[in-house]
Structures are given as structure tokens and as C-alpha cells.
Design a protein. Structure first.
Ligand SMILES: Cc1cc2nc3c(=O)[nH]c(=O)nc-3n(C[C@H](O)[C@H](O)[C@H](O)COP(=O)(O)O)c2cc1C
Length: 171
């Protein structure tokens, strides 16, 4: 898929077919995620892949009942690892670790779109609950629950103007 077409055609997809995702496909998406830039190349990010039904349900509840999280056949929880980055960058490391995770999320979502999958970035959840459900190490911060599946909807194109957010300071 052409990059421009991929960027403009991607939409958050929240309805999925029941068909499971193979481990091979999920591994491809994780490899795409790891292509993302990373501060000092420390790769201060982690991934937890969840297909177990009871865990998907628990994560859906932790995400304030967002039902598409339980219904998605696969979830990838992308986490920041601030301690890893802070060992080199001090306080700034916390921010870098979140940016490392964000960059990976975007690559993963675009790779999913490129493969014809539907994906949604879910950032609304209770950090403590998600940390407990997944048994994350101390200091590791869940950044997003990416819900994934073969799409069962094609959300309409939305406005992509956004140029009012840009200020030009040019000669
Ligand atoms: C930081 C962040 C948090 C988000 N959290 C949620 C969420 O919790 N649940 C959800 O359904 N969508 C969530 N979204 C998806 C946005 O709602 C979606 O990207 C936005 O409406 C634009 O639609 P589009 O992705 O189809 O372009 C989130 C997106 C971002 C970037």
C-alpha cells in the first residue's frame, strides 16, 4: 500500500469479525512496531499480546467497559518502560519512554491497516487495574490497549484538515 493512501485511508475500527488472528500476523505487527524510532535507541517500550478471553474481558472492564476491547480477537498492550530510559536520561527519560511507546503504536496500527486489519488505539483505562491484570513490573506504564481484528465495519472518512493547528514561522 502506498504510504499516503495508508495514512489517509486508516480509520479506528471497533467492530471485528470473530475470526482469530494468527500468531504470525501478530508477530509481523510487532516487528513493524519495533521499526519505530526510539530515544537513544534504548527501545524503552514493552508489548503484551492478549488473546485469552477472560483477560480481554478484564481489560475491557479496566477500560471503563469499552466493549470492543473484549470483542476484539487480539489485543496488544503497548507499555512505556521509563526506568530503562531514565537510567540514561534522568527525568527526561519518562517522557522519552512514552514517546518510544507512542511511535511504536503508530507503526503497529499502520502495519495492521496495510494488512487489511482493523485496529483501534484505546487510551482510556485505569492504569492500576491494567497493571494488575497484566502483572506488569514496577515502573512500567501501560500506554495503549490496541484492539485488533479483521474488520466488520468501514468507518466513513472524517475531516483531515487540521491545518489550523499549524503556525508557520518562516521567511
Ligand atoms: C491517545 C489516544 C487515545 C484514544 N483512546 C481511545 C479510547 O479509549 N477508545 C476509543 O474507542 N478510541 C480511542 N482513540 C481513538 C480516537 O477516538 C480516534 O483516533 C479519533 O476519533 C479519530 O478517528 P480515526 O482514528 O478514525 O481517524 C484514542 C486515540 C488516541 C490517539
Amino acid at each position: 500500500m502506498d504510504l499516503k493512501q495508508a495514512l489517509e485511508g486508516r480509520r479506528s475500527v471497533r467492530r471485528y469479525q470473530r475470526r482469530p488472528l494468527s500468531r504470525e500476523i501478530i508477530t509481523d505487527l510487532l516487528q513493524a512496531a519495533e521499526c519505530a524510532p526510539s530515544a537513544g535507541n534504548l527501545r524503552a517500550r514493552r508489548y503484551v499480546v492478549v488473546t485469552r478471553e477472560e483477560m480481554r474481558r478484564a481489560l475491557s472492564l479496566a477500560a471503563f467497559g469499552q466493549s470492543h476491547i473484549a470483542r476484539a480477537p487480539a489485543l496488544v498492550v503497548v507499555c512505556a518502560d521509563p526506568p530503562r530510559s531514565s537510567r540514561r536520561y534522568g527525568d527526561r527519560g519518562g517522557l522519552y519512554a512514552v514517546q518510544d511507546a507512542d511511535a511504536a503504536i503508530m507503526c503497529l496500527i499502520l502495519a495492521a491497516h496495510d494488512r487489511g486489519l482493523g485496529a483501534c488505539w484505546n487510551g482510556a483505562f485505569d492504569d492500576h487495574l491494567v497493571r494488575d491484570i497484566l502483572g506488569l513490573e514496577e515502573g512500567v506504564l501501560p500506554v495503549a490497549i490496541i484492539s485488533l481484528g479483521w474488520p466488520d465495519e468501514s468507518p466513513p472518512a472524517s475531516s483531515r484538515e487540521g491545518m489550523e493547528a499549524v503556525r508557520w514561522e518562516v521567511d
